[in-house]
Structures are given as C-alpha cells and as structure tokens.
Design a protein. Sequence first.
Length: 503
Amino acid sequence: MVRKAQRLYNATYAGISGMPTLEENGRTSWDVMFALTRALQYELGVSPQSNNFGPATLAALQSKYPVIDRGSGSADINRLVQSALYCKGYDGGDIDGVYGGRVAAAVGRLKQNMGVADAFPGDGVTPKVFKALLTMDSYVTTDGGSDAVRSIQQWLNGRHVNRRNFFVVPCDGHFSRDVQKALVFAVQYQLGMNDDVATGAFGPATKEGLKKNTLTVGSSGPFVQLFSAAMVFNRRGGVSFSDTFTSELSAAVRGFQEFVKLPVTGAGDFPTWASLLVSCGDNTRRGTAFDCVTEITPARADALREAGYLVAGRYLTNAPGSTFDKKIQPGELEVIATKGLRVFPIYQTYGGSASYFNENQGIADAQAAYDAARGYGFKSDTWIYFAVDFDVLDHQVADNVIPHFRGIDRKMGELGGRYRIGVYGPRNACSRVAAAGFATAAFVADMSTGFSGNLGCPMPENWAFDQIATMSVGGGDGKIEIDNDIASGLDMGQNEFDTTGVR
C-alpha cells in the first residue's frame, strides 16, 4: 500500500512547482514524508512548499482542520492521512479519500501508541498528531529499545503535548535528542515557566529553578518523576520510573554521581540534575585536567597547579600547512614533569568533517601520531586521543569514523601495539568507536551541548576526560586559556619520558 500511496501522490502532485516526483518502490523514507508534507502544504495553501512542517503549516492546519475525522476534512486531505498511516505501518483503508472505520481505528491506535489518547480524545487527527505522522519517528518499541523508556516517552507526550512548543516525541524506547529536549521542556513546565519562557534549552532560569528543587529520600511528585525519567534515560541500572524518591533510587544516584565524578550525596541536587539533562553538566565545576593549544611555560604551570590542575592535554603535531603552532614545544614536557603536572597526548591535524575520515587516513594518522609520540619520548601504554572534532551524525560514525579507527587500530598493531588508542569526540562517536573495539578510552567533547552526538546520548562507559568549558587561568606571564576537563581517573597521564625523546 505504500507503493499505492506513492502512485497516488505522483498522479496528483507530480509536475506542480515545488512538488517532487517519488520513486514508486513501496518503501517508506524521509523522501516520502517530505513529499506528503509538501502535498499537505499545497492543499492548505501554504506557499512556498518546503520539507519542514513548521509554524505556518501548523497554523494553517489548525485554522482549516482543527480535527480531521469522519465529519471533516477534504478527500485530498483524507488521502494524505491514509497515505501517511500506511507509511507508519497502520491500516489507512483504501486510500480513497474516505475517513472510514478502518482509518478511525488506526488513528485511535496511533494516538494510544503516542500516549496522547487522553490529551486528544476521539479518533480524529489533530494538527500535532498530523505533524508527528509525517515523520519517520516510531511509536512502538524498535530494535534495541527499552519498554521502560517507551513508557516515559508516552508519559511525556500525554502530559505536555497541549503546551504550545511541545510536540509529539518518538515512543520507540530510545533516548534521543528530541526526547532529551522534551525532558527539559517538561522540567521547565514543572518549574512554572509559561510558553513564552520555556524553550527546551538548559538556560539560567532552568538552572536557578533546579537549585531550589533538591530531591531526597521521601520526596514525591512530578519532579521525582522527571528525575527518575532522566536516570532511566541515562541507563542507570536498577532505576524505575517513579513519583517517589526511594532509598533504591538514592543508591542508584550515588552510583551515577561516582561515575561522572560528582560529590556523592545520593540526592537529586543541582549538579546531578545538570549532568542528567545536558552533556556538560554543571559547567562551572572545576576539573583536575585540562587541554590547551598554548605552550605550558614554568609560569603557566605554576598558575595551573595553584588552580588545582594536575593533567594536561597537549597536541602531538600541527596541522599541515598551518602557521598555528599548537604542538608540544621543545623543553615543554620537562617543564610539565618538573612542575608536578602530567600530560596526555592528542592527535589532530583536521578531523573537522566526515570527508576526512576513512580507513586509509586512519592508517596515515596512526603512523604520524606514533612517530610524533616516539619523538617526544612517550612511553609504552600511553593513550593517544585521535580527534573527531565536529557534529558527526550517526551514519557518519558508521560510514566514516569507525573505518578510520579501524585503520588506526590496524596500523598501531603493525607498529607493535606500543600506544593505546583513545578517541576524542561527541558521546555517540566515542561510545560507538569503543563498542567496535577500536578505542579503550574516551576524551568526551561535552562542551558542545548542541551536538547531535551529545544530545540524548549517555556518557561513554570508558570516559577518561570530560571537556566541559573554556576558561582562563592565572595572570600576567602565567595566564593561559584552557578547556576545563573533568578526569575520571582512567588515564592519569604521563610524567616520565624516554631520554631519547625531544622533551
């Protein structure tokens, strides 16, 4: 029936300006959903048509068809509903423009799966349901998904879908960027923010509100539901979605706090809320590690030690053709060691787009990193962190980044396995490279809170360093700009080097 939907779309809309022709292959895809979105806009008189179901489309639909059911909607609109239902795996009837019993039953089942049946009673399609229908989101648990996560997704939808800027999120059992944003919206609504204030961004007002809502054993109500939901989303074992802060939840919180290196209180305090809701967590906390592109001189080393820093991340090489000198300087490692600091090496010449990453480039990078590390005298078992420094999408991790690290792993093995392989990048990239067996430590780019690879992605289990903020330390000759990093203790860095190296 998806093929029939594609044929009917082409027969009705192909050839109209702004309307693409669909391949009639019987397969659902974003191309199909975008075409149906444009067809809806055409029927509503929204011009120009686009792939985006935005505010203008929503407003026009609300004005003309606040509910599409047996007693309303044109035949053309009904056919779009029927076509979209089939693309979602529901029975859309005969795609004949008639909103009959089969369509009504399918819509009812769809809304149950979304969790919005009470918010939008009846068997009609409301504008927000139509918007969700024209996506590739699933409302049943998909492969690898969790029924516990799905039930929370349904709860979020049912409780908040009537707020102006809250839209139906997937109910597929997977934590994702849309679900993370929905959770922040829900927190903001519970804090009392109106629709003009709540944005889904973890901003100052949200932070201040959460500082006033610490949860302890015995606390109950919606804030506990939101907190326990965040714990479930972050894959903390032994946690269930609940409105009561139990001793069992407190024990799980202690485990999470230990994992991300927060003060271990067992309470739902602000630092814990922050680490659950946004990748950088409370970005005002001071770490004991840092990375920088500037030489660590004796004066800077003194300032860094005085500020509590112990481990430095420094670059092995400069980018070819660049005049920017970020690499470790002659004598710098001796200064670092003499001043009581330690160092972990980073390899990055570019790494800023998917096109850079492939297996052959990984082989070349491994050789270059190996040569540089040996030249500086880094000893065996030192971790070298290879950078993935952009908002890498999930398919790019699979198609580009993992083959790249396969090349690194292969070449490092050929070179005797002297150095361990680490990965720097967003959470998703770090976790997937580790799962593929090509990195044993992660340096996580959590400062980039808007990266798709950080939103809706738990902290990698093998994290060594967590980059959360840029700041300046010291003054005068000792002033230096650094990225403030939390250290897990997995990688303590190095403070002894082979005497043959350029220290």
